[in-house]
Design a protein around this ligand. Structure first.
Ligand SMILES: *[C@@H]1O[C@H](CO)[C@@H](O)[C@H](O)[C@H]1NC(C)=O
Ligand SMILES: *[C@@H]1O[C@H](CO)[C@@H](O)[C@H](O)[C@H]1NC(C)=O
Ligand SMILES: *[C@@H]1O[C@H](CO)[C@@H](O)[C@H](O)[C@H]1NC(C)=O
Ligand SMILES: *[C@@H]1O[C@H](CO)[C@@H](O)[C@H](O)[C@H]1NC(C)=O
Ligand SMILES: *[C@@H]1O[C@H](CO)[C@@H](O)[C@H](O)[C@H]1NC(C)=O
Ligand SMILES: *[C@@H]1O[C@H](CO)[C@@H](O)[C@H](O)[C@H]1NC(C)=O
Ligand SMILES: *[C@@H]1O[C@H](CO)[C@@H](O)[C@H](O)[C@H]1NC(C)=O
Ligand SMILES: *[C@@H]1O[C@H](CO)[C@@H](O)[C@H](O)[C@H]1NC(C)=O
Ligand SMILES: *[C@@H]1O[C@H](CO)[C@@H](O)[C@H](O)[C@H]1NC(C)=O
Ligand SMILES: *[C@@H]1O[C@H](CO)[C@@H](O)[C@H](O)[C@H]1NC(C)=O
Ligand SMILES: *[C@@H]1O[C@H](CO)[C@@H](O)[C@H](O)[C@H]1NC(C)=O
Ligand SMILES: *[C@@H]1O[C@H](CO)[C@@H](O)[C@H](O)[C@H]1NC(C)=O
Length: 474
């Protein structure tokens, strides 16, 4: 049953009363809300207007910038077109080798330098590429019968259009611009660039990754940060040289080089991890603070055991050469200071002094833990505070070597010659000195040498034993 209010009249009056009171209140509230939302609306409108103005300005700016860029780009395009027309006329008039008059080459050189100066790096690269294809910046291949020609002979070599002093920063001749620095371990040459001459140019940040250079001259160039990763450098017939160039921070990771000269270069902080270099010259190079882990530097010359590649007077301060392989190199006068040579492999190398030109190599504060040394000569070499623990050394000479305080813990020193070497204060715990000579060598204060060990040596005549006893020399 529906319940009806007991007094319908008073109920209705109540409603009326409440409504009467409420209407102004509701209107008031509505007005306030209305005002509020209106001012919010206004504010929003103002904000949108301001934003639109800003956007307009931005768009205008962007358009102006785009216009400027387009104008600039068009200007550069015109410079390139003008230059190409100029060159075409010049070549037509004076022949492809510009030998019509003596001034033709000079004019070409200066017009080229001016154009290069005004272009951006993409168009510069295009210009260089077209000069290369017209054979105006190459050198004639000279047959040198497999001998790496030293840089003196290339120093004055000029191409038809001489680019020396040009700023070619950021030059890119690479086709493959991707950042993938993986490359096959084997040396597989890609698309070739032959006999290019870029001597005495600025090539900072140049990009030559995965390129195949068959002869190239980079003499006295500024090549900091240049990228030769995975590239293939063959100087067998034409000659390929970086002599006297600055290659600070350059990247030669997994680069394969054959008959290449790096004489007197600066390769500080270079990344040369896994580089393979056959028949190269590194004489007088600065290679400090660099990464040369797992490099393979070697000469392959089956019929000539006495010939060594030129690696003399290199400065390897604080360089990492972990797992490197050196075979048939002359490392006379080379400095290994604070270098990490763990697991290095030195075979058929000479590090001793020669009477004419070079001092012996120096190892100072270097780590040669687990090194493999075979058939090499270290006569007169200094090992200052170096660690050769776990090294495997066979058939090598250390006569007159300075090896004070050297750590030879667990090392194998078989069939070696330590005659007149200074080994005072060495550590020879568990070292194997089977069939080695210690004639006249100084073992004063050496630790860990037992009579059983000494008995395995081929000869200790004239040596000073750890307790100071001198063996008679006969
Ligand atoms: C320029 O060189 C070409 C090819 O070497 C030669 O045939 C020509 O006679 C030379 N011209 C002059 C003017 O020397
Ligand atoms: C060479 O060009 C690069 C960029 O194109 C520039 O940063 C550098 O300063 C220039 N070097 C010289 C010596 O003018
Ligand atoms: C290097 O270049 C020479 C001469 O151009 C060529 O005969 C030789 O096959 C090349 N070597 C390799 C491994 O590509
Ligand atoms: C080894 O090669 C060097 C340089 O090519 C040469 O001077 C020397 O006579 C050669 N020695 C032998 C034994 O062939
Ligand atoms: C070798 O390089 C180090 C580090 O750059 C330098 O301090 C030292 O003077 C250099 N020594 C020689 C002989 O070049
Ligand atoms: C040298 O390299 C080895 C092998 O990577 C490493 O264990 C060792 O700590 C390094 N030594 C120094 C002195 O850097
Ligand atoms: C040296 O060789 C020993 C034994 O093979 C190994 O335990 C150690 O880790 C190696 N050390 C380095 C730095 O290669
Ligand atoms: C060591 O050198 C000699 C001559 O210098 C050579 O006949 C021999 O094959 C070399 N041994 C090794 C293991 O390279
Ligand atoms: C070591 O010296 C002996 C005698 O001087 C010499 O016959 C031999 O060839 C030398 N070996 C090496 C690897 O230098
Ligand atoms: C040489 O290296 C070994 C292995 O890392 C280490 O145990 C030893 O203390 C080092 N010797 C010296 C003299 O620092
Ligand atoms: C020393 O070398 C000889 C000849 O190579 C070998 O017969 C002998 O077993 C070696 N002795 C030790 C203790 O290694
Ligand atoms: C010095 O050491 C050797 C070999 O261990 C030994 O034969 C000799 O008696 C020692 N001499 C002295 C004075 O202790």
């Amino acid at each position: 049953m529906i319940e009806t209010p007991s007094n319908p009249h008073s109920w209705f009056e109540w409603i009326q009363l409440i409504a009467t009171i409420c209407v102004p209140v509701v209107i008031g509230i509505f007005t306030i809300i209305q005002n509020q939302s209106q001012s919010e609306q206004q504010r929003n409108n103002l904000k949108i207007a301001a934003e639109n103005r800003l956007k307009d300005i931005e768009i205008a700016d962007r358009n102006r910038e785009k216009d400027r860029w387009l104008a600039d780009d068009q200007q550069k395009e015109n410079i390139l077109i003008d230059y190409q027309n100029f060159l075409a006329n010049l070549l037509e008039k004076h022949g492809m080798t510009l030998n019509g008059t003596s001034t033709a080459r000079l004019i070409a050189r200066f017009r080229t330098l001016i154009a290069l100066d005004q272009l951006n790096s993409a168009r510069r690269s295009f210009l260089i590429r077209s000069l290369y294809e017209a054979q105006l910046i190459s050198f004639q291949t000279v047959q040198t019968n497999n001998v790496v020609t030293e840089f003196e002979s290339f120093d004055t070599l000029r191409s038809i259009v001489d680019l020396s002093s040009a700023n070619l920063s950021g030059l890119s001749l690479g086709i493959n611009e991707d950042d993938n620095d993986e490359c096959p371990r084997e040396c597989i040459p890609g698309v070739g660039i032959d006999a290019l001459v870029l001597s005495q140019t600025q090539l900072t940040n140049a990009f030559f990754r995965k390129m195949n250079f068959q002869g190239a001259l980079f003499v006295k160039s500024i090549m900091d940060n240049a990228d030769f990763r995975c590239s293939y450098l063959n100087g067998t017939n034409g000659g390929l040289t970086f002599a006297s160039s600055l290659l600070i921070h350059a990247k030669f990771r997994k680069t394969c080089a054959l008959d290449v000269s790096f004489q007197s270069v600066n390769l500080d902080k270079a990344q040369m991890h896994g580089m393979i270099c056959k028949h190269c010259i590194f004489r007088d190079a600065q290679i400090n603070h660099a990464d040369l882990d797992d490099v393979e530097f070697y000469r392959e010359d089956e019929n000539n055991d006495t010939f060594h590649d030129k690696y003399e007077n290199i400065n390897f301060t604080e360089t990492s050469l972990i797992g490197a392989k050196f075979d048939h190199l002359s490392l006379r006068g080379t400095l290994f200071i604070g270098a990490n040579l763990s697991r290095i492999c030195i075979i058929n190398c000479v590090l001793s002094r020669d009477s004419v030109q070079f001092a012996a190599a120096t190892f100072e504060k270097s780590t040669l833990i687990n090194a493999t040394i075979q058939n090499s000569s270290f006569d007169y070499v200094h090992f200052i505070d170096s660690n050769l623990s776990g090294a495997k050394i066979f058939m090598s000479n250390f006569t007159h070597a300075s090896m004070k305080n050297i750590d030879l813990t667990g090392a194998t020193l078989e069939m070696c010659n330590f005659n007149d070497a200074n080994l005072a204060g060495c550590i020879m715990t568990n070292a194997n000195i089977n069939l080695s000579y210690f004639v006249g060598s100084d073992l004063t204060g050496c630790q860990g040498i037992t009579d059983v060990q000494l008995a395995q040596a081929k000869s200790i005549a004239g040596a000073i034993l750890p307790n100071g006893t001198k063996i008679s020399s006969t």
